[in-house]
Design a protein around this ligand. Structure first.
Ligand code: ARG
Length: 571
């Protein structure tokens, strides 16, 4: 298992403290504030009570006890903190040689080795356009997929398509009554959506339509060939439409097992729940009470008319996954409006005896979209495809302006990389639990916290390397290239990439990596504006600074790739 330079320094800092105190204390190792001239800090407050000394006294004792050595050049106390200064040349050269040695694997780890994670993401609903919420799930889920892969997990990405349920009865009935064949031919999803809306309107006036819908629903469940054929057609049209979005996003799945796949597996779940005595009759329906888990709303397992529900299929899904893939963990990347659903689901699974899997609802907030052109093109709902195409169009304008010399073919692919990257980054750079506002200007800005800015940083770095003739980086790293504040800050930041990856993976918050990369971009720009690289005084220094530039480029590319964002070589 790789222990990177930064983690090693932190561990050694704690070991030094333990030796000085003569006991195995556990303390956090943090970064000192900018005005403190040190690289690591250990707060001594937690030791005060037991040692009957003030934190500043303890910090002072520790500072005196810790002698300069190969890892730390100095130890000092400020207030209740012990501040440690890294031995720069040694630290810089370990970080830089890790970067050379590992290249695109720098930051990866083997924590997940031998463990499987199932990631349930995207999961749009058939016969409806993919919503912006599903876009978020797709983007966040794909990032978590890559992050877990980088940590050595075996991955199962599953698109839990919403392709079953009583709503199909309504749709089938509406189809049989009000279909506009030409419209359906032109844009099946838009027509199905119209039918769906129409059904709701009409059923509002004439409730007996709900009975017709139920009849269709039963026909479908019993395998009536007409109902079945239409349903299959809806699924096929929807998949084709979703696939266009996935292609643009460059997202794929290991499995697309929709809810319908589990329909014949719900019986066993129901029987098992009954046999275990956890399912009870309630006014003709079958429910699981979850009061023991502190949840007052029971799970509805089977309706009075015999129909199974979203919950029933989700139980069957989880059990199928557990048996088929033997996961250590199942992630459900679904909006926070389904928080109760998942609390119930996980509690019911534990009741059913599937408690030794770690279930996580990776929830996220809403997206507010701008009004106007985009939202009206195809009616009231926002079609994702339009959002993505608009982003690419806008990115093309940006590229035309910034780099008119690019050949047409490259311009097209750069526009795609930048446009799609901008959408993904706008989502992934903010804590997923927050509601986010869609802001084109901010998203495509070359200066702010945006994908184009980070991609541009990469392009700049690569430009320098190309100018230098792609010469191999210096090994060993010349310690003089860690001497300035700008270089040192950049090296230290590069050393922290593995930690950012680790934290993002463990908390399921990809924005930790996004924010890390934004800081990297800022540190890189400061370095690059103030420190000569190609014009450095001598060959050794030049090659070492080039190495720094190359390291920043590699980490930027790797980090963006973990977010599902590609980088162009020019833009
Ligand atoms: N299709 C559902 C919806 O759009 C999301 C499914 C999420 N996954 C799950 N296993 N429930 O609301």
């Amino acid at each position: 298992m790789t222990e990177y330079a930064f983690a090693r320094a932190k561990r050694e800092a704690l070991e030094a403290v333990r030796r000085a105190l003569g006991e195995p204390v556990d303390l956090p190792v943090v970064l000192p504030p900018a005005e403190v001239n040190a690289d690591l800090a250990i707060p001594c407050f937690p030791l005060a009570a037991q040692r009957r000394k003030s934190p500043p006294e303890i910090a002072g004792d520790l500072a005196r006890a810790i002698q300069p050595g190969p890892t730390f050049a100095a130890a000092e106390a400020t207030g209740g903190y012990l501040n440690l200064t890294l031995a720069r040349p040694a630290f810089a050269s370990s970080v830089m040689s890790e970067l050379i040695r590992l290249g695109d694997r720098y930051g990866s780890n083997a924590e997940g080795a031998g463990r499987t994670v199932v990631i349930d993401f995207s999961a749009p609903n058939v016969a409806k356009p993919m919503s912006v919420g599903h876009l978020r799930s797709t983007i966040i889920g794909a990032a978590l997929y890559k992050l877990h892969g980088f940590s050595g997990y075996r991955l199962v990405g599953d698109n839990h398509l919403g392709d079953w349920g009583t709503q199909f009865g309504a749709l089938l009935h509406a189809y049989s009554m009000w279909l506009d064949g030409d419209a359906y031919e032109q844009d099946p999803i838009a027509e199905l959506l119209r039918l769906y809306v129409k059904f709701e309107e009409e059923a509002g006036k004439d409730p007996s339509l709900r009975d017709r819908a139920r009849e269709w629903s039963l026909r479908l469940e019993r395998g009536d060939p007409d109902a079945r054929r239409l349903w299959e057609e809806f699924v096929r049209h929807s998949m084709a439409e979703f696939q266009r979005t996935y292609d643009l996003l460059e997202v794929s799945f290991d499995h697309t097992l929709g809810e319908s796949f589990y329909e014949d597996k719900t019986r066993e779940v129901i029987e098992q729940a009954v046999a275990r005595g956890i399912a009870v009759e309630d006014e003709g329906a079958l429910i699981i009470r979850l009061d023991n888990a502190g949840i007052t709303t029971p799970v509805l397992l089977r309706r009075r008319d015999g129909a199974t529900l979203y919950h029933t299929r989700d139980l069957a899904t989880a059990i199928y996954r557990i048996r088929t893939f033997r996961p250590a963990r199942i992630l459900y990347v679904v909006g926070s409006d389904q928080r109760l659903h998942f609390r119930q689901l996980f509690a019911a699974l534990r009741e059913l005896g599937f408690g030794d899997v770690e279930y996580v609802h990776v929830d996220f907030g809403l997206v507010r979209l701008p009004e106007g052109r985009m939202s009206t093109r195809r009616g009231r709902v926002v079609f994702l495809q339009d959002v993505l195409e608009e982003a690419i169009e806008r990115a093309r304008a940006l590229v035309d302006e910034k780099n008119p010399e690019l050949p047409d073919s490259e311009r097209e692919s750069v526009a795609r990389i930048v446009g799609v990257g901008a959408i993904k980054y706008a989502d992934l750079s903010q804590s997923r639990i927050k509601n986010i506002v869609f802001d084109w200007n901010r998203m495509l800005s070359l200066e702010g916290d945006s994908a184009p800015y980070l991609q541009y940083t990469y392009v700049r770095a690569r430009g320098i390397i190309r100018k230098a003739g792609d010469a191999p980086p210096a090994e060993p790293f010349d310690a003089r290239a860690a001497a300035s504040a700008q270089e040192w800050a950049l090296i230290k930041h590069l050393s922290r990439f593995p930690e950012a990856v680790h934290d993002a993976t463990h908390t399921y918050f990809p924005h930790v990596v996004a924010n890390y990369l934004f800081q990297l971009a800022q540190l890189f720009h400061t370095f690059y504006h103030e420190i000569p690289v190609l014009q450095a005084e001598d060959e050794d220094l030049r090659r070492s600074r080039q190495h720094l530039v190359g390291g920043a480029a590699t980490v930027m590319r790797t980090g963006l790739d973990l977010l599902g964002i590609r980088v162009p070589e020019r833009m």
